[in-house]
Design a protein around this ligand. Structure first.
Ligand code: HEC
Ligand code: HEC
Length: 284
């Protein structure tokens, strides 16, 4: 009877801790965030409501974008030289060869139209006293913007390695020391905060945090200077995969060992049961 009472008391406190304290601690350490939104529902529908014309998009791009951006796979280099760009903008504007593959189309259209809004940086740049480093093209018609997006899609490669996606999407700001990737930039001067080296970020933050963070940094760090990077789902998966390959290269190996460890434990339990039976069989 006494054992039963002890058991009851232990069970009671275990359940109180499990249902009463643990969820509370969890919700404080890991507040709930909405899952990543790859449709970017807060943005205006541009690409789904207008027609596009690739030839026109090409012309508009060469008139408006290549002052700052290169498009290497079309043999176009940026008119601004690297050091001047870094002095003026803090970063060297990314090459646009792959934009049509890595960014979600409607995000890309919205970014061209109004970068500060698409990047969720309105708290930093009011467009009156403080301007963002890329101009907005809100004076263009939605058709014209859609045409540029269609042009980027028409010239984009069909496939990229995980590292290539990282370089184009993150490499202008973030270092990846463990893979010798160095951002050519001076972001701190322009943005006021320093992008951390991402070599080990997969371990300190985990996959789930990164999934929601890249898709909308404001969800986790309200007021942060990092813009929302509107990658589509598969490009974002590639980036996270890359962070994992570099920061946690042993993960696959570790996971492959697990079944053997469990099997071994199961076997040992079986053996000890047999042994116990053997020993106690004499006691009857
Ligand atoms: C005055 C220079 C300048 C011009 C002109 C310019 N950009 Fe940019 N663009 C930038 C800079 C600087 C960045 C980097 C912004 C950042 O890292 O916060 C950028 C970033 C981008 C990005 C990355 C967006 C993301 O989510 O990471 C895309 C896509 C882009 N520009 C497209 C264009 C297109 C298309 C045009 C022409 C319609 C254009 N840009 C014209 C300077 C420029
Ligand atoms: C325009 C520059 C820029 C680009 C491009 C950029 N970041 Fe950042 N990132 C920053 C800055 C600045 C910070 C520091 C934010 C702060 O402290 O508020 C940051 C912080 C981070 C953090 C740390 C978050 C935390 O909880 O501390 C992660 C993770 C991150 N970035 C991932 C990425 C990934 C992945 C990409 C590419 C998909 C990317 N960033 C692209 C500027 C950038």
């Amino acid at each position: 009877m006494k054992e039963l009472k002890i058991f009851g008391v232990i069970t009671f406190f275990t359940l109180v801790t499990y249902w009463g304290v643990e969820p509370l601690a969890h919700s404080i350490f890991h507040p709930h965030v909405e899952p990543a939104d790859f449709q970017f529902k807060d943005l205006e529908a541009i690409t789904t409501t207008t027609n596009s014309d690739v030839a026109k998009g090409k012309e508009l791009t060469s008139q408006n974008c290549i002052g700052c951006h290169s498009i290497n796979n079309e043999g176009i280099s940026a008119q601004v030289d690297k050091q001047t760009a870094i002095d003026n903008y803090g970063v060297f504007p990314p090459d646009l060869s792959t934009a049509g593959l890595i960014y979600e189309s409607n995000y890309l259209a919205n970014f061209i139209k109004h970068p500060v809004k698409a990047g969720k940086l309105e708290h930093k740049y009011d467009g009156v006293n403080k301007f963002y480093i890329m101009p907005d093209y809100s004076w263009m018609s939605n058709e014209d913007i859609h045409s540029m997006v269609a042009y980027f899609k028409s010239i984009a490669p069909t496939k990229l390695t995980n590292k290539e996606v990282f370089i184009d999407a993150c490499g202008r700001c973030h270092n990846m020391k463990y893979d010798k990737v160095k951002a050519d930039s001076d972001v701190t001067k322009v943005m006021g905060s320093t992008p951390p080296d991402l070599s080990m970020i997969i371990r300190s933050r985990g996959e789930h945090y990164l999934e929601t963070f890249i898709n909308d940094p404001q969800k986790h760090l309200k007021g942060t200077a990092m813009l929302r990077i509107g990658l589509n789902e598969s490009a974002q998966k590639q980036v996270i995969k890359y962070l994992e390959e570099i920061g946690d290269s042993k993960k696959a190996e570790r996971e492959a060992i697990a079944p053997y460890v469990l099997g071994f434990l199961g076997f040992m339990i079986f053996v000890s049961l047999l042994w116990k039976r053997e020993v106690w069989s004499e006691v009857k």
